[in-house]
Design a protein around this ligand. Structure first.
Ligand SMILES: NC(=O)c1ccc[n+]([C@@H]2O[C@H](COP(=O)([O-])OP(=O)(O)OC[C@H]3O[C@@H](n4cnc5c(N)ncnc54)[C@H](OP(=O)(O)O)[C@@H]3O)[C@@H](O)[C@H]2O)c1
Length: 352
């Protein structure tokens, strides 16, 4: 007997990718339920190559009997439904920002802090970090193990899919409007995104940073090390899928370029593609649809005693969201819920 899984936000960018990832990785599910707002009742979503699921309304859904919930309906919706699902006995793996910084909710990137999953028992909720944080900490972890990361300065180049389906449509419609000389309308972003970049993701905070920038700092500390300082500038760019980051890292101890490269090459989830030549680096267009966190442009920063510069790229809908959540579900199923189900041997092999 396999697990019963509910995907909340199944009609959205992340939810659809979660269904694809569950199917691709052959998660041992007996039953998969697709949930969204009541406006989507009557719609259908694909699950793998062959299956179609009818979308059900989250509001009236009874979570009794559901083992694992993969959730991405936005923070406000998660605030209400996640405790209800947990109370009914499900473990909620939540992609929204709602639970990430709650002290008794684990914030997990399997390549970095898989042991934190054990903390799910307190609230029945595990939080998936922000997409920009995930790809950065996957690459920082092997370097931190060698030389202790002290300070990070990061500038992001974030695709519109990070804002949901509506923001992808906005880029498409504005681009088309510019080509056919129609008026350009901005509904979901504050300024024109087509042929432009916008240094503003999520709301402004009192200190002048945006909440997206704040998330990268506090989430990195919660996942990797509370002593690391992070200063970020987060920018939306006219790319459909894939986030890029220019990352400057200052370490406590010496670390050579060669050693950093070797550690990254050995690190789980990381692919180093770094040739100092035309095409010798990865861009978001190549990372879209792929699972890895790509690291390119590895080079010393000679302006500080122990510094490196990196270019980090990943698919924000996969490792930045759906894949990370499904990896957590795999560990949860194999190492924590295994007693409740027998079909976990394949998962054990996958999660090591
Ligand atoms: N995109 C990323 O790269 C990324 C990465 C990490 C985390 N996240 C987070 O994941 C969440 C979703 O992102 P997304 O990109 O998938 O957004 P999206 O494409 O706009 O999809 C939103 C989903 O939430 C559902 N939803 C909205 N209101 C609901 C309600 N009242 N009850 C039930 N379901 C409701 C929508 O269903 P309907 O179709 O019925 O409206 C849809 O399935 C956000 O919190 C986002 O911050 C996104």
């Amino acid at each position: 007997m396999g697990f019963k899984v509910a995907v909340v936000g199944a009609t959205g960018n992340v939810g659809r990718e979660m269904l694809t990832t569950l199917a691709e990785r052959e998660f041992p599910a007996d039953d998969v339920v697709a949930l969204a707002s009541s406006a989507s009742v009557g719609k259908q979503v694909s699950f793998g190559e062959d299956d179609i699921l009818d979308v059900q309304a989250l509001d009236s859904f009874d979570f009794k009997g559901i083992d694992i919930v993969l959730s991405s309906p936005g923070a406000k919706v998660s605030d209400k439904f996640a405790p209800r699902a947990a109370k009914a006995g499900a473990v909620v793996i939540d992609n929204t920002s709602r639970w990430r910084m709650e002290p008794d909710v684990p914030l997990v990137v399997p390549e970095v802090n898989p042991h934190a999953i054990a903390g799910y028992q307190k609230r029945g909720i595990i939080a998936n970090p922000n997409c920009s944080t995930i790809q950065m900490v996957v690459a920082l972890k092997p370097l931190h193990d060698i030389a202790r990361v002290k300070r990070v300065v990061v500038s992001t180049y974030q695709s519109v899919s990070g804002g949901g389906r509506a923001v992808m449509d906005e880029l498409f419609n504005q681009t088309r409007a510019i080509y056919v000389n129609d008026p350009v309308e901005s509904e979901h972003l504050t300024k024109q995104i087509a042929f432009n970049v916008i240094p503003h993701i999520d709301v402004f905070m009192d200190d002048g940073s945006t909440k997206e920038e704040w998330k990268m700092a506090v989430e990195t500390r919660k996942i990797l090390d509370p002593d690391i300082t992070v200063t970020a500038t987060c920018v939306r760019v006219p790319v459909f899928i894939g986030h890029a980051e220019a990352v400057n890292v200052e370490f406590e101890r010496p670390i050579s370029e060669k050693r950093a490269r070797a550690a990254l090459q050995d690190a789980p989830g990381v692919v180093v593609l770094d040739h100092r030549a035309d095409e010798g680096y990865v861009t978001p267009a190549e990372a879209a649809g792929e699972d890895a966190v790509y690291v390119s442009r590895i080079r010393r920063d000679p302006t500080v005693p122990h510094g490196l510069n990196l270019w980090i790229v990943s698919d924000n809908l996969r490792k930045g969201a759906a894949l990370n959540a499904v990896q957590i579900a795999e560990i949860l199923a194999a190492d924590y819920l295994g007693g409740r189900r027998s079909n976990v041997e394949r998962l054990r092999r996958r999660t090591g």
